[in-house]
Design a protein around this ligand. Structure first.
Ligand code: RP5
Length: 165
């Protein structure tokens, strides 16, 4: 659930049908206590609304935008074109093509307009990457990420030990 305090991350998607995938971004942000907001902004069905959102995002206090879309997934790139904020793209897999169409639509950006693209369907990693970006200028978030990584390592070592037992 998006938090009530001033959002630092905007989680946007092309359709509410993307939410079952994109919810994992919000869950990851919640784990780190990062306030975020969510909304549907379609590059094709609501183009002006999408541009208005992207153009005003930095002035409203957002620091990172995570944008998910599927198929002809132009939302992350168009948002990146209209904001100076870092944009993380999530290729949402649809019924056909296994998300390869979404991936290529998001990752193949022209020079000068970057979108940091995560793996197909990996909205959790988008949330974790947003935390890392924020952590570059936020000592307590950076420390929380250090602890998260230590937990990950412990999990692998425990599984390794269980296999060997
Ligand atoms: C994209 O079209 C959306 O991001 C979604 O992944 C896809 C299908 O949208 P719906 O037809 O389910 O609304 O713009």
């Amino acid at each position: 659930m998006a938090e009530a305090s001033t959002p630092r991350v905007g989680v946007v998607m092309g359709s509410d049908s993307d939410w079952p995938v994109m919810g994992a971004t919000g869950a990851a942000l919640d784990e780190f206590g990062v306030p975020w907001e969510v909304g549907v902004y379609s590059a094709h069905r609501t183009p002006q609304r999408m541009l208005d959102y992207a153009a005003s995002a930095a002035d409203r206090g957002l620091q990172v935008i995570v944008a998910g879309a599927g198929g002809a997934a132009h939302l992350p790139g168009m948002v990146a074109a209209a904001t100076p904020l870092p944009v993380i793209g999530v290729p949402v897999p649809l019924k056909y093509l296994d998300g390869l169409d979404s991936l290529l639509s998001i990752v193949q950006m022209p020079a000068g307009v970057p979108v940091a693209t995560v793996a197909v369907g990996n909205a959790r990693n988008a949330g974790l990457l947003a935390v890392r970006i924020l952590g570059a200028g936020d000592e307590s978030l950076r420390q929380a990420m250090v602890e998260f990584q230590a937990d990950l390592e412990r999990t692998v070592l425990d599984k390794d030990a269980a296999l060997r037992a």
